[in-house]
Design a protein around this ligand. Structure first.
Ligand SMILES: *[C@@H]1O[C@H](CO)[C@@H](O)[C@H](O)[C@H]1NC(C)=O
Length: 201
């Protein structure tokens, strides 16, 4: 913020001269109208800066976490997939959605501000003798960024990965299940997608 201080400085200098009891007339008489115009302009700039700061602070609050299935009873479980093709996962249980940038109808996160964002995703699956992996990629617009992948013979495994991305306003990010892979979830929320804005740029 650039705030002019010259008028204040002039006032201070004036008071210093006055307190020393020395009669010094300024070389040129102060132009009060010019000084007022300067103050008015400074105040207008200050007001604009404060409004911008307020807006930036509000839009800077972006953080979400979601898990795949919502409304499952304890003891129930849901296996999503396998699908014949790469399919967007729609994470339905949303404990945190500050800034509402994640849409639980589409599974898509939309960047509200240009900046560096961090995402992570975890995809669980029970080993079925290696028949199906748990495999999911983070997709930015239509580009696959990173993949989480795990293929087991038995027991529950959870593949995970994370990434930091520079996003422009309106860039979309989602998680897609690879063809012929599965994602397991239950009331304990094993399969998740989270993200937050690190800082605007
Ligand atoms: C989420 O996406 C759906 C489908 O595109 C849309 O109708 C809805 O308005 C979106 N919700 C929000 C909060 O943006």
């Amino acid at each position: 913020m650039k705030i002019s201080v010259s008028f204040t400085l002039w006032l201070l200098l004036g008071s210093v001269y006055a307190s020393e009891g020395v009669e010094i007339k300024p070389a040129s008489p102060p132009d009060i109208n010019a000084a007022l115009r300067e103050i008015t302009a400074s105040l207008a700039q200050l007001k604009a800066d404060m409004m911008l700061l307020q807006r930036e602070t509000t839009v800077r609050q972006v953080a979400f976490s979601a898990s795949l299935v919502a409304g499952v009873e304890p003891g129930e479980s849901v296996t999503t997939g396998p699908f014949p093709s790469f399919t967007t996962l729609i994470f339905k249980h949303v404990p945190t959605n500050i800034g509402n940038a994640y849409n639980s109808t589409t599974g898509v996160f939309t960047a509200p501000v240009r900046g560096a964002y961090h995402f992570e995703w975890w995809v669980a699956a029970f080993g079925d003798n290696g028949a199906h992996a748990s495999g999911a990629a983070l997709v930015k617009n239509s580009e696959n960024i990173f993949t989480a992948w795990e293929q087991r013979k038995e027991y529950l495994g959870t593949a995970s990965n994370g990434v930091t991305l520079l996003l422009e306003v309106g860039d979309v990010v989602s998680v897609s299940l690879w063809a012929d892979t599965v994602a397991f979830d239950n009331a304990n929320h094993h399969t998740t997608f989270s993200g937050h804005l690190l800082f605007p740029m």
